[in-house]
Design a protein around this ligand. Sequence first.
Ligand SMILES: Nc1nc2c(c(=O)[nH]1)N[C@H]1C(S)=C(S)[C@@H](COP(=O)(O)OP(=O)(O)OC[C@H]3O[C@@H](n4cnc5c(N)ncnc54)[C@H](O)[C@@H]3O)O[C@H]1N2
Ligand code: MOO
Ligand SMILES: [Mg+2]
Length: 707
Amino acid sequence: METKLKAAILIVSDTASLDPASDKVVDALRPILAAEGKWEPPAFRIVPDDVVQIQQSIYDWADSPNWYNLILLSGGTGFAIKDNTPEAVSPLIQRHAPGLVHGMIAASLRVTPFAMMARPVAGVRNKTLIITLPGSPKGAMENLDAVVKLLPHACLQSAGANSRNLHAGGVKKLESEAGVGDTQNHHRHHHPHHHGHDDGHGHKTPKAHTSPSERPQSNDPSAGPNRRYRSSPYPMLSVDEALRRINEHTPEPEVIEVPVTTSLIGSVIAEDVYAAEAVPAYRASIVDGYAVIAPDSIAAGQSTKGIFPVASIAHANVGGNLEPLQPGTIARITTGAPLPPNANAVVMVEDTTLDSCTPDGKEEATVEILAEDIEPGENVREPGSDVTLGSKIVARGDLISPVGGEIGLLASTGTRTVKVFRKPRVGVLSTGDELVEHNDPRPLTGGQIRDSNRPSLLSCLNSWGFETVDLGIARDTPASELEHALRDSLRGVGRASSSVDVIITTGGVSMGELDLLKPTIERSLGGTIHFGRVSMKPGKPTTFATVPFKPAGDATSSQQERQSKLIFSLPGNPASALVTLNLFVLPSLHKLTGLGHSSQALSSRPWLAPQLGLPRVAVVLTHHFPLDPKRTEYHRAVVTASRSDGRLYATSTGVEGAGQRSSKVGSLAKANALVVLRAGRGVGIKGEIVEALLMGDVHGSDTRVIC
Ligand SMILES: Nc1nc2c(c(=O)[nH]1)N[C@H]1C(S)=C(S)[C@@H](COP(=O)(O)OP(=O)(O)OC[C@H]3O[C@@H](n4cnc5c(N)ncnc54)[C@H](O)[C@@H]3O)O[C@H]1N2
Ligand code: MOO
Ligand SMILES: [Mg+2]
């Protein structure tokens, strides 16, 4: 019996992923393959319109030892925003097959002009042919019909069969030559990173993309160091432009409802909150003393002075109804306690004397009030006088501070839940074969380096109040380790028990052949790099990207809106990593936290608004600072507030020798500021006033003007 080829069908549809019974495409395609007599019954799977899940299926079917000859994807190829199948598939295709694409479109055009609205992709990954089809059963059938006769031939060639033999001999002979479809003998070899393919004439052609329009910007790691770019393809941006792009691509914050607890600290209110209860809820005494009935008019000759019987006692914790106070009597009362009905003022105990006791000598019988001019309302808090019922207590954009004022207001009015912007979860991943855990007891060998970036970045993020996930270390080799680490943290598996919103990586972003972040983001995750170089020192190769994402199996929730995750790939040099974390990551996290919604946000340049990112201040240089001729430097410094002239003074953490070198994390050890030194010749002059970004608290000093 002739060995058959293996096909898999991937249905890409939010609807079908929720209700598999709604899919009609698999049943429509099966008979077309079956009619050819060359295919095993196809495997199939349904995923939502989610790039990561689409790509995972392709990896499962094209990269595993049990690889398939053909993957047909149906759905997500149109122009709708959620249609991202071509974007998911293209980066994984190693050799494109535009002929199949033209064939399918030409066939469909004979049926409908709407065929022009399709965006099919076809090509080969490893030994597997991948073709996208429309999402409608009719469209999928028409497209498959157009190419189905060619598929066995194309698949066998993709699997490594010699094309001349293919044309000359039968499919069966070629199958055994190629070793495909042989499910009995597991002789298939898995070469996900082969460096070329046979062109059918015995020549090896390089796999690297050649046409500029096809060529992604990043290096193709499998092309080898001799084919890497020798100058960076990423334009060098100014810091302001980089910040603008970060702001542009950072999604709007998500609103959630949470209970009023201390975990609210650092959250930003998303919806105005109105008092559901008045504070106080009753007429309360402000002091310890005696509730009295003060006459309306002292001027009319009436006085509160005199001796009165103590008729009742009102304590702050008293429940139930109090007896009304009769004229000519007074009631002992404590601070915060409700006034008895009829009472309208309170006399402080200090303004009274004891006149007589009860016969048992234990209680006050009569008390003399010494003050003559107690007015109605004196020492009384009227209901709602602290917080009026229905008044706005906190507004959208307000930050819940650790000082406790906002939480106190919410608590005092019985507010049980509030709507806030969800704080982002941030994952931190170190990359590099040379890294060992910082607390590994073994002595370092060879070129090993202790991973200092992860602990320092995690500390900094925690101090800002963000939830962090330690994503560990990803090795450079095999390259798939990095890809899997990123993919897992996006999906919330492995070290990240639930998915992170922002991934921060360090290392692997510059020009080395093992600098894999850019190619992995672009080529494997289908992400978009918004910038890959910034004119600054340290931090030149800082990279910022977004990766499309949709949570699995939940096509209707509001989370669906959150379609991209952010990746900040920071340089590996420890000072560079920490400086760029402060400069670039913080404003984005602030935006995700909802700080951009504060009423104080600057509307013209919101990405520079003071509440997004570090506070900016003017500082006086206490000594000469060397300038970089080309790049703006973020010079690590200690800023102190002068007790004599009230100004802020900046002193470098080290300018001599390796002082500010980007590998030297010690340059940040005592620093509380980054002094912004614009590129130029010579030095920043002692006494000059420049801008600085405050990273920590400023303490007082005896520094003075020193020109
Ligand atoms: N030919 C060029 N080479 C370099 C350029 C350039 O423009 N052209 N840029 C330089 C600049 S600037 C920087 S910054 C670094 C950035 O390097 P990478 O981000 O690619 O980082 P790696 O190569 O992985 O490592 C650099 C350095 O940092 C150490 N490192 C990495 N991770 C950690 C960690 N978690 N803890 C402590 N130390 C770490 C690593 O061992 C290296 O020593 O590239 C320049 N090269
Ligand atoms: O720009 Mo790199 O961060 O100087 O070393
Ligand atoms: Mg490098």
